[in-house]
Ligand binder design. Structure first.
Ligand code: GDG
Length: 458
């Protein structure tokens, strides 16, 4: 088999037992561990000078890391990636702040990533780029004469044509995306949105097999819903039974039911609406007062982007308000932890919860929804309450209690259903979801993407 070279904006070299938060890191690491290869991208460091690529070998993975210059960190990462593409793809155009300077920085950094990658490549390497930071990478690699197979997977949603066209550089960026050989999306909704953009933005019709040509270049777009490492997740959750943190958590609940949310602190995750929906639960269904606890873990991300400051403030206020309104001497309805934990502890928290509350306003997939299911005790599983706007809803809607995160009363009702659900129904729903997770795990995601990339367009 050809060597796999994974390229992502951010490299996550695991230290000890810690895996950094973020769905992409978790997924890519699990995929690379299986057969090994190179993981290339930004080190997470900002340097004043253009530095050499740093190489670290660990197990069967070679980590190749480049630093960013301060102005590139501002304009490419905080700017075009996280203040233009992220809000646009998550249907939040009000947070979009476009400038030509940042668009230039985006292309400059994609060119730099390509230039420093070229010396690491062998002729038959398969190159698999990840996520919205690297829409333009194929374009720069092609300009440098790279003829390797180039695949791209988008972890976040692809926006509808009506939104995409609001990006001033939409046509050029879309043309760059079409220089990959294979482009993968999380759901059919994203794929259809992409086809429409290609059709209306570039005037190109897509064939029934998802193949089309932009200029002379044949490419293909397809759905590859990302999965999790079910066995590793389940066993981490089982092992956590012995952990002192989990024992402390369970002891502190005093037999109250636990509702849990775990998300990076991000406006796409719908945390404020989730807090308000929980408040509605306590208003509309007063029998849950004093009888349940909502634990939200929300490690900070993208601290330099203004919109994230605002959400942090809003959440602190909302948690304070709800606790102030309902708390008693020996009960606080919300526990809001604004920091990260190691993976073992997180999986233990998920296992301990009677309800997993996953209510993003938009999400490419949402791995926490899948992890919650995999962490459950088969003899007494909890219930997943899931947003219909998460990619995971396309696979888990038969087993989860489905809610629309914009309908606060509806989410409160979903919580009520979940908290009251009898054991036999919980087991039935859990089994349906586990079947889906096992069938489409991280391994089959990786294999189906890489195999399709290898075979296309022969
Ligand atoms: C993007 C897309 C798509 C969370 N807190 C900690 C921690 N986590 C782990 C979770 C989970 C991952 O991070 C988060 O994954 P999500 O999928 O929920 O969300 P994004 O980070 O936005 O991921 C998303 C994903 O890519 C994969 O394609 O599903 O739609 O937005 O695994 O458990 N991990 C550690 N400490 C924490 O505090 N170690």
């Amino acid at each position: 088999m050809s060597r796999l070279v994974v390229v992502s904006n951010r490299i996550a070299v695991p230290t000890g037992r810690q895996t950094p938060p973020g769905g992409l890191a978790v997924a890519v690491l699990a995929a690379l561990k299986e057969y090994g290869g190179i993981w290339y991208g930004w080190s997470g460091e900002v340097s004043q000078l253009d530095t050499d690529t740093k190489i670290v070998n660990k197990g069967n993975i070679t980590y190749a890391m480049v630093d960013l210059l301060p102005e590139d960190h501002d304009d490419y990462y905080n700017g075009f990636c996280n203040s233009v593409l992220w809000p646009l793809c998550h249907y939040r155009p009000q947070f979009m702040e476009f400038s030509r300077k940042e668009w230039e920085a985006y292309n400059r950094v994609n060119e730099m990533f390509a230039r420093k990658l070229v010396p690491l490549l062998q002729p038959d390497d398969l190159i698999w780029a990840h996520d919205y930071h690297l829409f333009s990478l194929a374009h720069h690699l092609r300009l440098m004469g790279v003829t390797n197979r180039l695949g791209f997977f988008l972890h976040i949603p692809f926006p509808a044509w009506g939104l995409w066209r609001s990006l001033p550089c939409y046509e050029e960026l879309l043309t760059f995306v079409c220089e990959y050989d294979l482009v993968g999306f999380q759901t059919n909704d994203d794929l259809i949105a992409f086809y429409n953009c290609v059709k209306y933005g570039l005037g190109v019709d897509v064939g029934n097999d998802g193949a089309f040509k932009v200029g002379k270049h044949p490419m293909r777009a397809q759905v590859f819903p990302i999965g999790i490492d079910v066995q590793a997740t389940t066993s981490a959750a089982r092992k956590s039974r012995r952990s002192s943190t989990r024992k402390r958590l369970i002891g502190s609940l005093r037999r109250r039911k636990l509702i849990v949310g775990i998300d990076r602190l991000d406006y796409s995750k719908g945390l404020l609406s989730r807090f308000l929906a929980y408040e509605r639960l306590l208003e509309l269904y007063p029998h849950h007062r004093r009888n349940c606890v909502f634990l939200q873990v929300a490690p900070e991300s993208r601290k330099d982007v203004e919109a994230y400051d605002e959400i942090r403030r809003e959440l602190e206020e909302a948690a304070g308000h709800i606790n102030g309104r309902f708390a008693d001497f020996d009960w606080a309805p919300i526990r809001y932890l604004n920091r990260g934990f190691n993976r073992g502890i997180l999986m233990g928290i998920l296992r301990a919860a009677q309800v997993g509350l996953v209510t993003p306003l938009r999400d490419g997939m949402n791995l926490v929804a899948k992890e919650y299911v995999a962490c459950q005790d088969p003899r007494n599983p909890g219930v997943l309450v899931l947003s219909s706007l998460a990619g995971a809803s396309r696979e888990l809607s038969d087993g989860a209690v489905m809610v629309n995160p914009f309908d606060l009363d509806g989410v409160a009702e979903g919580l009520e259903v979940a908290l009251q659900m009898p054991l036999d129904e919980r087991i039935h729903r859990w089994r349906i979801m586990m079947k889906v997770l096992r069938h489409n795990d991280i391994r089959s995601w990786r294999i189906s993407f890489v195999t399709t990339l290898q075979q296309w367009p022969t």
